[in-house]
Design a protein around this ligand. Structure first.
Ligand code: TEU
Length: 541
């Protein structure tokens, strides 16, 4: 890619907000748009260029807004369209773009399209969804829902089943229907005309599904749909798009994000994030992370896209456990391991994403009983696995390790009641560690995790090397040391991270020109060095 063709989102840093848990301003225990507006100065201080806003549209909240009943209106709990316009405007005045979450694989069953569709086989909206006749008096086939059980739900009235790859309140749209595609384009243009900065596209890899062949991801017409969507909507604006694509390999990622194909800007790939899960099993079936595999996978993604695609870089989102608890050490080395993951990721090539609270090292929040769990995925899995003979203890243990509520507990702003998130009763319990881990404390300590993130973002703004430089893994290191070089136009940096609780040896016989960032006060000398637990630094060499 020549310099002329560079895009703003290639040097951007995104911050994901889960509005329900970010900041409440009206005391109902649920975050809102005004809360986000109030916190924009904080985000500006961090230095981010765009916000990925998890869904704020009208929704009955079966899956916290990922079940939309009106794409052109705002959820009552979050505010009004005027608040939304104000958020876009206030963010813009701070050079922050708003990236909307686009959930178009499915709608809510309370969306007017589905309400119409259910009225009968002749309804004009019937074909907006996917209906099939029973087979031998039972479900059409054995497709499963991500949220446990069959993906088919019986509709008494018509005697047919409809498809839902997520909850039964999230019926799948029929993308084969041209009207569906047109309606989605119109809706996207509605938001683009409001001045949003782009879209994060929820499970976009599923829209080309062929349910009869039991093909869900990467269906045959997927890329045709995305190309057409690009031409009819966001391709006409200077915006970014990022697709959520669970099964993407580098080859698949190029199909989505090679600029010449006019589809998406980039995709989220989940290969690194799936390394602590048993192969071909569920996310709940755990195995220990092998750092060697993490190095191989991330390095593969760093080097294989070339000019034919663009990476997104992330450890966290609203579906994933907190990285510092998952692969770091959220006790003795919370501070250092949180910084180590930040340094490791933010100096790589691609667009980094920070999930709310990651920048202050928020941790997982274990529960002891299912009554404390809100997330539909965990609740359904609990009942499903109980019926399959798992013990309650086993299931709760897996929810504590992998459950989505870990990332969804309210943002910890200060050490006052409910962490300053709400004056009411929070919709989900606040992590009891908020007295120590909160934004106010982080801002008042120049050595905090917050300032590591702030520094990493500012380094990215200063140095084209971080955006454009070539990546090279140092192969010859201790297993648990992740070290790589980036180089660009005669400049080289070396990033070294000890991903363990133990000291590790590191040796590289090179002179240091400057230290860019470090998470310890240790002196860095690359020759025969003993790295402290979770020590991480980047030096120019
Ligand atoms: O997630 C897609 C998805 O497949 C997740 O449910 C995932 O399988 C699981 O949570 C991994 O931990 C997207 C959204 O990010 C998620 O919040 C929604 O629930 C889902 O789509 C349905 O819209």
């Amino acid at each position: 890619m020549t310099v002329k063709e560079t895009k703003w989102w290639q040097s951007a840093v995104l911050y994901q907000i889960y509005p329900r848990s970010f900041q409440d301003t009206d005391g109902d225990g649920i975050g809102d748009l005004n809360g986000i507006i109030e916190r924009l100065d904080y985000l500006q201080k961090l230095g981010i260029t765009a916000i990925w806003l998890s869904p704020v549209y009208k929704s009955p909240n079966d899956d916290n807004g990922y079940d939309i009943s009106d794409y052109e209106d705002i959820m009552d709990e979050f505010g009004t369209m005027d608040d939304m316009d104000k958020l876009i405007e206030e963010a813009r005045s701070r050079d922050i773009r708003i990236i909307m979450d686009l959930v178009v694989n499915h709608t809510s069953d309370e969306h007017p399209w589905f309400i119409e569709a259910k009225k009968g086989k002749d309804n004009k909206y019937r074909d907006y969804y996917i209906w099939r006749e029973p087979v031998d008096g039972d479900v059409p086939n054995d497709l499963d829902s991500t949220f446990s059980g069959s993906a088919w739900e019986y509709d008494e009235m018509s005697g047919q089943y409809y498809l839902h790859l997520f909850s039964k309140k999230q019926p799948d749209l029929n993308w084969e229907n041209e009207q569906v595609r047109q309606s989605v384009n119109d809706m996207m243009n509605f938001w683009l005309d409001k001045g949003v900065g782009g879209f994060r596209m929820d499970v976009i890899d599923l829209i080309g599904k062929q349910p009869d062949e039991k093909i869900t991801g990467n269906g045959p017409k997927l890329h045709e749909y995305l190309h057409d969507m690009n031409r009819a909507s966001f391709g006409n604006y200077d915006v970014m798009t990022v697709g959520e694509t669970w099964g993407a390999t580098p080859e698949i990622a190029k199909l989505y994000s090679n600029p010449t194909r006019e589809e998406l800007s980039m995709v989220f790939q989940f290969e690194h994030i799936s390394l602590d899960q048993q192969k071909d099993k569920d996310k709940w079936d755990l195995k220990p992370l092998e750092i060697r595999e993490l190095k191989t996978v991330l390095s593969k993604w760093q080097t294989s896209l070339g000019h034919e695609g663009w990476n997104s870089l992330f450890w966290n989102n609203h579906d994933l456990p907190r990285i510092v608890s998952r692969w770091g050490n959220d006790q003795e080395y919370r501070d250092r391991s949180a910084k180590a993951f930040a340094i490791l990721l933010h100096l790589m090539k691609g667009t980094p994403y920070i999930y709310q609270g990651e920048e202050i090292g928020m941790t997982n929040c274990p529960v002891s009983s299912i009554d404390e769990v809100e997330d539909i995925e965990s609740v359904n899995m609990y009942h499903d696995r109980l019926s399959k003979g798992f013990t309650q203890e086993e299931i709760i243990e897996s929810i504590n390790v992998k459950g989505r509520d870990n990332a969804r507990t309210p943002m910890q702003w200060d050490d006052t009641v409910n962490a300053g998130f709400t004056t009411g009763t929070p919709w989900l319990h606040v992590n009891p560690n908020y007295k120590e881990i909160n934004v106010k404390a982080a801002l008042s300590d120049q050595q905090s995790i917050f300032y590591t993130y702030q520094r990493l973002i500012s380094l990215r703004k200063q140095h084209p090397l971080i955006v454009w430089g070539e990546y090279e893994l140092l192969e010859d290191t201790a297993d648990k040391v992740f070290a790589y070089k980036r180089s660009y136009q005669g400049q080289t940096i070396l990033v070294v991270v000890n991903l363990s609780d133990e000291p590790q040896l590191f040796n590289c016989d090179t002179q240091i020109k400057a230290t860019w960032i470090s998470n310890t006060t240790e002196k860095i000398s690359l020759k025969d060095m003993v790295l402290q637990p979770w020590e991480a630094f980047a030096v120019e060499i």
